[in-house]
Design a protein around this ligand. Structure first.
Ligand code: HAM
Length: 416
């Protein structure tokens, strides 16, 4: 019988947790440094909520099942619908704007490719209740801060940023009616992932004619913000927002990491304005993080109209990026004192010493039975930063030697 984890799911052995914890620690520290508050929810959601606003692609990927009472439930594929539900539930009493973060395990029945699993953890950073681009600036700056805390050099990745509001303006300028825009977005998001004919097929299914398909495709070739501005017109609100965001990002000190790229559309249906995705500069991996503005999501689940912007930052792709950059192995080993003893007679003293050091706030790995020195020091060298090994002589003297395993220095400490 094969008891490997189900396909696409991961086990995390202690050695795997080192990298995972480094990623989570950087996420948490960056979120807290930017004033985001921690929230969480159960991984099981009602299927109805997830279907309501994810967009078809994610909907097809949802792990859904019925519970024993016949309720349709599902494992969340992303955190955003849950967040919207939680905010809508307390809309009357919450102080907006909210800045909330969580680290959520998400499940998607995806085709398994490099960087895509069927389960992943995602840092979510969201600003709810602020329509100003300061919201975009804050989530982007926090995500870039997390990258820096992991040690990723600024030039190793770029955040590509565009705007569905801008695309909408451009489509309108080309005479394409607004009711076709949402369909055009989701089709254009497939560019580079599907042959052009297949995408045009989707667009025709959404009601666009051949001429409109061609025009929409041509928009994807716009090379700069200035070129987009030339088509959208000098008074374009979407262009003004992007320019304002860029000047804010300059002040945050993260402007160089963000570039305009009209072809970023994003696959999720709920985005309404600025959208962005981060990729490694070498183009080896899938998106590192992605997000955007979603001003209508709360109303679709029964809340009051509320502007919102946020992003999801997965652990899989950034883990691969850290490995490829040689940054996956953390040099600094956390402080850990290993305490061992030669004979059962020294157990009580070893246990007392362990309790004392733990009470002083040190992490201690107390061996669970008497061990020969060689075996003990082999273990301590594997795991610890410091070691204490007690024998009958130490008890007779009433002192122990605390050995720093890196420098080999010894310090005498009293056993009493
Ligand atoms: P998303 O682009 O679907 O956005 O996912 C965000 C990130 O999660 C991706 O950039 C990637 O790092 C990671 N990710 C997604 N699917 C997988 C997978 N199958 N395996 C490994 N990693 C994956 C969202 O989920 C939005 N809800 C983000 C958001 C928050 N927008 C506003 N607020």
């Amino acid at each position: 019988m094969d008891f490997a984890p189900p396909r696409g799911m991961r086990d995390f052995y202690p050695e795997d947790m080192v990298l995972r914890n480094r990623i989570f620690d950087a996420w948490r520290a960056a979120a807290v440094a930017h004033g985001f508050e921690h929230y969480d929810a159960c991984v099981v959601e009602s299927l109805e909520l997830l279907k309501r606003k994810a967009g078809e692609e994610v909907e097809n990927q949802v792990y859904a099942f019925q519970d024993k009472s016949g309720r349709d439930i599902a494992l969340r594929a992303e955190m955003t619908p849950t967040l919207a539900r939680m905010v809508a539930q307390r809309q009357g009493s919450l102080q907006f704007p909210l800045k909330w973060f969580c680290i959520a395990q998400c499940f998607r029945y995806e085709r398994m490719t490099k960087g895509r699993k069927r389960e992943h953890y995602q840092l979510n950073l969201d600003v709810i209740g602020e329509e100003d681009v300061s919201g975009e600036a804050e989530v982007l700056a926090a995500a870039i801060d997390a990258m820096r805390r992991m040690g990723v050099p600024d030039e190793a990745y770029r955040v590509r940023l565009s705007s569905r509001a801008l695309l909408s303006e451009l489509l309108a300028r080309l005479g394409i009616d607004e009711r076709f825009h949402a369909g055009a977005f989701l089709a254009l998001d497939k560019k580079g992932k599907m042959p052009r004919e297949a995408i045009e097929e989707i667009m025709r299914g959404e009601g666009l004619d051949d001429e409109a398909c061609r025009k929409a495709f041509d928009l994807m070739d716009i090379a700069s913000l200035d070129q987009a501005a030339a088509i959208a017109g000098a008074d374009s609100p979407a262009i003004a927002r992007i320019r304002e965001l860029f000047s804010l990002l300059e002040i945050y000190g993260v402007r160089d990491q963000v570039v305009f790229d009209v072809s970023v559309v994003r696959g999720l249906a709920y985005y309404t304005g600025i959208v962005f995705e981060a990729f490694d500069t070498k183009g080896e991996f899938r998106a590192i993080f992605g997000g955007g503005r979603y001003d209508n999501l709360l109303t679709t689940i029964g809340g009051k109209p509320t502007p919102a912007v946020g992003l999801g930052f997965g652990d899989v792709v950034v883990g691969e990026l850290l490995k490829s950059l040689g940054l996956a192995d953390s040099a600094a080993r956390p402080d850990l004192v290993c305490i061992g003893y030669l004979q059962p007679e020294q157990r009580a003293a070893a246990t007392r010493l362990a309790a004392r050091l733990r009470a002083e706030g040190r992490a201690v790995d107390l061996r669970l039975r008497a061990q020969k020195a060689k075996a003990f020091f082999a273990h301590a060298g594997e795991r610890g930063t410091h070691a204490v090994y007690l024998g009958p002589d130490d008890l007779a003297r009433g002192t122990a030697r605390l050995k720093d395993l890196a420098t080999r220095e010894e310090t005498e400490i009293p056993l009493a």
